[in-house]
Ligand binder design. Structure first.
Ligand code: NAP
Length: 481
């Protein structure tokens, strides 16, 4: 920790590192050891207003830079992130428990959004519309939305920020980032790199606080904030949407999921097991696109459960900084209690634990498989957000689709089959924003990420991502003889 050159504990506002007016701080701890890592500035609503004012003041001149100038800044920032990849990854593992290999992957994944949008900004094309009368010309241009706020979760301390600020900064918006209180250090480290990249004062601001509900209110109700992009749980997303009604703020909501992972009888079972392990146990089951329900066709159910159980039993649990560890701790006590509650509930309702099922020490829980899972179990409805995989049985394709869609969520879904016609039918029938077909890892900066139903709305990454930080303006030129 002491050797890490990126450690910053003050908030970053208007190009300065600042304390809260109250001088209050809050603790950041390591979930693997319980050790206190740092004391970070604890801002209140008035502090946050200053950050919003700074972003608002910086907007007109930043908005008027060319896309190429903004791309150059973003490119510098991208390069700095990669130069400091090891330090960023270590910091991330320390504060969120993710195993180091995954943290290194997240730095690359997170940085890729900065590179992508640096390039995309140059292609924010407008339109010329064929006029409806001879003396007119109709043109459409796209302009930056204004101050954009980002509220992000702890499970991707870096990438959930860059996925939002990449397009915002590329479009010409200024930003106010509110990272989670669990993982502010990675957020502050990349703010330091943004400062080094040369973003003008006020363009990039990071506010830290342990009072997220008060800060959230300010970001929703302040009229200077024109856009709020949130990634987090569905209940908090609903609060933010309600609070944003008074200012009719533009919203993007990337919320929770309940991903089905369907294994059909014609699937390559070994590939399906590999995909399920990747998707379920990434970040210890704590991602919004992690498999939450494994649905397996009855004729291959026993064979799949056997192979899957073996692969899960082989996963190595431990401190993410240690070599070869594949599964780290849960983020906090609340997360651990949810996992325990889901397993207990499932067992009481008839599930069989084929591996795992026990709390280890501290925030560590054994990777677990629950066979004979059924729809009335809590885990069928709620995100478990931990290392537990319930396996359900189905008999027909139609039944699998109905089971998969029987949820309020609609973020990621996956299935394995070698039948091309079935691949099309099932992909089209799944009510989800994203579908992995014979693939358990689908996130990339070049494709649109987002959900439907109560998983929210808006898309991040890809050629669509920039539009969520831009307004469309129609101009009608009259009197043209
Ligand atoms: P969370 O409790 O909703 O928190 C997310 C962020 O919102 C944090 O910064 C948190 O700050 C803040 N927050 C909490 N209550 C708030 C309030 N009343 N007003 C304003 N801000 C508030 O979610 P989480 O537990 O950190 O993250 C896990 C959830 O995120 C899961 O449901 C997961 O599926 C979802 N997720 C979705 C995506 C996606 O792209 N769809 C990606 C990753 C995660 P504090 O932590 O400081 O309270």
């Amino acid at each position: 920790m002491e050797k890490n050159s990126l450690i910053r504990t003050e908030a970053f506002v208007n190009g300065q590192w600042v304390k809260a007016a109250s001088s209050k701080t809050f603790e950041v701890t390591n979930p693997a050891t319980g050790e206190v890592l740092a004391q970070v500035t604890d801002m209140d609503r008035a502090d946050v207003q200053q950050a919003i004012d700074a972003a608002h003041k910086a907007w007109p001149s930043y908005r008027d830079t060319t896309a190429k100038e903004r791309a150059n800044l973003l490119r510098k920032w991208f390069n700095l992130m990669l130069e400091h990849k090891q330090e960023l990854a270590e910091l991330m593992t320390l504060e969120c428990g993710k195993v180091l290999q995954e943290s290194l992957g997240e730095v690359e994944y997170g940085a890729s959004f900065i590179e992508w949008f640096a390039e995309e900004a140059k292609r924010a094309y407008g339109d010329v519309i064929p006029a409806y009368s001879k003396d007119r010309r109709l043109v459409v241009i796209k302009q930056s939305v204004g101050v954009a706020a980002a509220i992000t979760p702890w499970n991707f301390p870096l990438a959930m920020i860059t996925r939002k600020v990449g397009p915002a900064l590329a479009a010409g918006s200024t930003v106010v980032v509110k990272p989670p209180s669990e993982t502010p250090l990675t957020a502050l480290a990349i703010s330091y790199l943004a400062q080094k990249a040369g973003f003008p004062p006020g363009v990039y601001n990071t506010i830290t606080s342990s009072n997220s509900s008060e800060i959230g209110k300010e970001l929703c109700e302040n009229t200077k904030v024109r856009k709020l992009s949130f990634t987090g749980s569905t209940p908090v997303g609903k609060i933010l949407m309600t609070q944003s009604a008074s200012t009719l703020k533009k919203l993007s909501l990337e919320l929770g999921g309940n991903a089905p992972f369907i294994v059909f009888d014609d699937a390559d079972l070994d590939a399906a097991v590999k995909g399920a392990i990747l998707s379920k146990f990434r970040n210890n089951g704590q991602t919004c696109v992690c498999v939450n329900r494994v649905l397996v066709q009855e004729s291959v159910y026993d064979a799949f459960v056997e192979k899957f159980t073996q692969a899960v039993a082989d996963l190595k649990v431990g401190n993410g900084l240690q070599k070869d560890v594949q599964v780290g701790p849960l983020i906090n006590k609340k997360g651990l209690e949810k996992v325990q509650q889901h397993v207990q509930d499932a067992v009481e309702k008839g599930a069989t634990v084929t591996t795992g099922g026990k709390h280890l020490e501290g925030l560590f829980y054994q990777p677990t498989v629950l066979a004979n899972a059924s729809p009335e179990m809590l885990i069928a409805r709620e995100e478990v957000f931990g290392p537990v995989a319930p396996v359900f049985k189905f008999s027909t394709e139609q039944e699998a689709i109905e089971m998969a869609n029987d949820t309020d969520y609609g973020l990621a879904s996956y299935f394995y089959s070698k039948d091309v016609a079935r691949c099309w039918r099932v992909s089209e029938a799944l009510e989800y924003g994203m579908v992995g077909i014979n693939e358990g890892m689908i996130s990339t900066e070049v494709a649109p990420f987002g959900g439907i139903k109560e998983s929210g709305f808006g898309r991040e990454g890809s050629k669509y991502g920039l539009d969520y930080f831009m307004e469309i303006k129609y101009m009608c030129f009259g009197g043209i003889e």
